[in-house]
Design a protein around this ligand. Structure first.
Ligand SMILES: [Mn+2]
Length: 269
């Protein structure tokens, strides 16, 4: 059996595949009622007091926080680690450290996905921009290491970013940063666009695989598109993967139904 989670957000987000947007209380209640083990929480500014309320509700519901999504600092606030402005990068690092502090009591994983932003402008500057991202992630990983928090690099499809699209590129980035507490977050929705083989990409991540988003080909709940999750679950088992499979999915036809469909699929695996 895999541990199960679903993605909610502590506040309004400019990011679609989240359940119960603007209604995190209902999200936590539904996760507990449907038998999920955990929720993953989208965190914009970790200084906001709402996070204490979320943490309290999660504990009261008998759940844990499995992961912290950080993309809103880029999507909502434009804080990009590729920025030439050192003050912007410093603000982002402060936020990520705050998110590490929030993750630490749970041993939750901090996701480095959409927060990477994009390599902008002249291709001749992309190397410098990438180096800034490596440096910032390394600083964050060093802060997270003694706090027992892992950072998960999530490959994202080419239509959303030009910085790490595939599992292979995530592994290269992890090697470049050179921190022990970096893992790969494999998201089947993105993999379906980018990878030659989904099963092959999971095997390629190997013992660096630290977290899994199971979303179907259309980003609906697993089982509502054409990805073979039975095959992927068998691959994960054969690898000895014992982490989370999590529903980071569009709230279609509505959040409650999507959460029900996803957990039903997860249970069948
Ligand atoms: Mn994802």
């Amino acid at each position: 059996m895999f541990r199960t989670s679903m993605a909610i957000t502590a506040g309004p987000a400019k990011f679609g595949p989240l359940l119960f947007p603007g209604e995190w209380e209902r999200g936590v209640a539904a996760a507990a009622e449907l038998g999920y083990d955990a929720v993953e929480v989208g965190v914009r500014d970790p200084a906001l007091p709402v996070l204490r309320d979320v943490a309290g509700a999660v504990r009261a519901a008998g759940l844990v926080v499995s992961g912290i999504a950080t993309g809103q600092s880029y999507y909502n606030d434009g804080l990009s680690p590729t920025s030439p402005d050192a003050a912007i990068r410093a603000r982002l690092l402060d936020r990520l450290k705050g998110a590490v502090d929030f993750a630490a009591p749970w041993g939750a994983t901090l996701f480095i996905g959409g927060v990477r932003g994009r390599l902008e402008g002249d291709a001749a500057t992309h190397g410098t921009q990438r180096s800034r991202v490596v440096e910032l992630v390394r600083a964050c990983a060093e802060y997270a290491q003694p706090r027992g928090v892992r950072l998960a690099i999530e490959p994202i499809n080419r239509y959303e970013t030009n910085l790490i699209n595939s599992v292979g590129e995530a592994l290269e980035f992890i090697a470049e940063v050179g921190a022990e507490n970096l893992v790969v977050l494999a998201d089947t929705f993105h993999m379906n666009i980018e990878e030659v083989s989904l099963a092959g990409a999971l095997r390629q991540a190997g013992d660096k695989l630290g977290y899994v988003h199971f979303a179907d080909s259309n980003r609906h709940a697993a089982g509502r598109g054409h990805i073979d999750f039975g095959e992927l679950a068998a691959v994960l088992r054969s690898m000895g993967y014992s982490g989370y499979i999590s529903a980071e999915i569009l709230p279609l036809p509505d959040s409650r139904t999507a959460a029900e469909l996803a957990i039903a699929c997860f249970r069948s695996l």
